[in-house]
Design a protein around this ligand. Structure first.
Ligand code: A3P
Length: 315
């Protein structure tokens, strides 16, 4: 099924100015994003996007910095909290990370070391220091069918109701390049990050997979500690394993520790609706056979012959 059936095509190919775009799908349900130089950005990206991107790429680095990079709904909060516990040697819940994408860059310059911050940006928009290997990067990848389901539920559940229609209509948005992103769709994000991992030998990067975290969390906690070059004792890392269980994080998120001033418009006291099911393969409960075939066709079209071969565990 051709996606162009559902969307009017943009009339211009190069966009030098930032535009606020609302795209409507065949069932009349819209998503909104900012478009800058032909790329899509989240509507909460500050100002005209361009200046904020310049601020992010020129962020001054410190030797102990760690940047967590994810496409939305890939397990950001989970990995952020385990890395933060390891970095600070504390089991306290740290909630939603400080995100380069939305905060004034001065916030990061004022952060105490060691810093651990986050971005959903595609590779071309990350801090230059990270691309040059002066900032460690933890990248998390999750199977895109589950990402789509998780994203759909999230957008329906935020107070701002960023999407208010059927899953089928949402999927048409998700599969197109004109989807809310931080520089691009899931496909662009994943292609660019994985190409960078293959071609940029300077990158200091730890690539984690959501499905692998589910299967062996302790081994991944050890990998994070080693990557961050943090002294660690087995007994503490075992406690981290317990502290980042889905149930524990969910309970902690429901306390004051889950609240964020920045997200007051989206959730109860700024608490984002993050902890939903936390499983692999929920897509099987949500995708029809037709939707699955459509997804696979788009995946093949966009992800074949790009020089990277990414296998996903969909089970
Ligand atoms: P689901 O909506 O499929 O449940 P992000 O933090 O990037 O927004 O990702 C949110 C997704 O990660 C949600 O997926 C959430 O439930 C899942 N998640 C969070 N903590 C988890 C944990 N401890 N174990 C497994 N999944 C977790």
């Amino acid at each position: 099924m051709l996606l162009s059936k559902f969307f009017e095509r943009p009339t211009r190919t190069i966009f030098l100015k930032m535009e606020c775009i609302t795209k409507t799908n065949y069932s009349g349900n819209a998503i909104t994003f900012k478009r800058y130089r032909g790329r899509t950005f989240h509507p909460d990206t500050p100002g005209n996007v361009g200046e904020h991107l310049d601020d992010i790429t020129s962020l001054p680095s410190r030797p102990e910095d760690v940047l967590l990079c994810t496409f939305a709904k890939s397990g950001t909060h989970w990995v952020f909290n385990m890395a933060k516990m390891i970095q600070t040697k504390s089991l306290q819940y740290s909630g939603t990370p400080k995100m380069l994408d939305y905060l004034d860059i001065g916030t990061f310059n004022k952060m105490a070391s060691p810093r651990l911050f986050h971005t959903h940006m595609t590779y071309p928009f990350i801090p230059k220091a990270a691309a040059e290997g002066k900032m460690k990067v933890i990248y998390v990848l999750r199977n895109p069918k589950d990402v789509a389901c998780s994203y759909y539920k999230f957008l329906c559940n935020v107070k701002t109701k960023e999407y208010d229609g059927s899953f089928d209509g949402f999927l048409q948005h998700f599969l197109s390049e004109e989807f809310i992103g931080s520089g691009g769709s899931w496909f662009t994000h994943t292609r660019e990050w994985n190409t960078a991992m293959l071609t940029n030998p300077d990158l200091k990067i730890l690539c984690l997979r959501y499905e692998n975290l589910k299967k062996d969390i302790y081994q991944n906690i050890v990998r994070i500690a080693e990557f961050m070059e943090v002294d660690h004792e087995v007994s503490f890392l075992k406690k981290v394993e317990e502290a980042v269980s889905f149930e524990h994080l969910k309970n902690e998120h429901a306390t004051v520790l889950g609240e964020r001033e920045l997200w007051k418009h989206k959730g109860d006291n700024g608490r984002l609706p993050i902890y939903r099911k936390g499983i692999i393969g929920d897509w099987k409960n949500m995708f029809t056979v037709t939707q699955n075939e459509q997804f696979d066709a788009v995946y093949k079209e966009k992800m074949t012959d790009v020089g990277v071969n990414i296998e996903f565990d969909y089970e």
